[in-house]
Design a protein around this ligand. Structure first.
Ligand SMILES: [Zn+2]
Length: 238
């Protein structure tokens, strides 16, 4: 397993480079660029979060619950009366803070479950969903935020995998399996739940096709090619 510093540095370097590339291609604005670097770095630390250091998770959940409840109220502000809006606010907050949080903290007790590909995919997709539907950010930005969080987490799992192969040169204990986990029989019910949540999220996710089209559009990447060399060299070549 790679240590905290390795995870922090590699996740920061990878998400910094990727984010800069996308920014230079004109697909992200200034703040989007910074948020992507931050999300990629956070993603690189997420899989090792467990119930032992639950303070950042708790804080994160309080904020998420608050934003979620606020988003609900904003969404229905013109249709509902003041009293129903207050009830909706409380219900939304309570649901996220106590029901969803309860399920997630129980998962983090099972360390292997949070340290897995489907769990991180849920977090990434959930973030995209929240950004697009609740915070009403542009589609491209929403997808990039989710993908950077997920990408950072995949960097983490890949690093753990590389380290476990290099250092021990043989499989670790059978119970711990590989770092890049998709499923583990011991936690089969948790994994069932994870994949059900993932399928639901995929079903309600913001449209992916327009985002993909934008990524495949050659124009921004052509602009990137011009931007790779400093202006001076560029003008000398002319
Ligand atoms: Zn790890």
């Amino acid at each position: 397993m790679a240590n905290f510093n390795t995870h922090l540095n590699v996740a920061f370097m990878v998400s910094g480079t990727m984010s800069l590339t996308v920014y230079k291609a004109g697909l992200l604005n200034d703040s989007g660029f910074l948020v992507c670097v931050a999300l990629g770095t956070i993603g690189g630390l997420l899989p090792d979060l467990d119930s032992d250091n639950s303070t950042p998770i708790k804080l994160g959940f309080n904020i998420t619950s608050f934003i979620f409840a606020f988003g609900l109220v904003m969404h229905w502000r013109s249709e509902l009366s003041l009293l129903s809006l207050m009830a909706l606010w409380l219900a939304g907050y309570g649901f996220m803070r106590y029901v969803v949080f309860y399920v997630f903290t129980n998962m983090t007790v099972h360390r292997g479950v949070i340290h897995s590909v489907p769990y991180m995919a849920i977090l990434g997709l959930g973030l995209t969903y929240l950004n697009y539907f609740v915070l009403q950010l542009p589609l491209t930005t929403s997808w990039f935020y989710g993908l950077f969080l997920f990408g950072g987490a995949m960097v983490h799992l890949t690093l753990d995998e590389l380290y476990s192969v290099n250092l021990s040169n043989m499989k670790m204990k059978r119970s711990s399996g590989t770092a890049m986990k998709f499923y583990q029989h011991d936690d089969k019910w948790w994994y069932c739940l994870l994949y059900i949540i993932l399928l639901l999220l995929l079903y309600v996710a913001p449209p992916f096709e327009p985002f993909w089209q934008q990524l495949r559009d050659p124009a921004p990447w052509a602009q990137l090619k011009v931007g790779i060399l400093p202006d001076m060299i560029e003008s000398m070549r002319r």
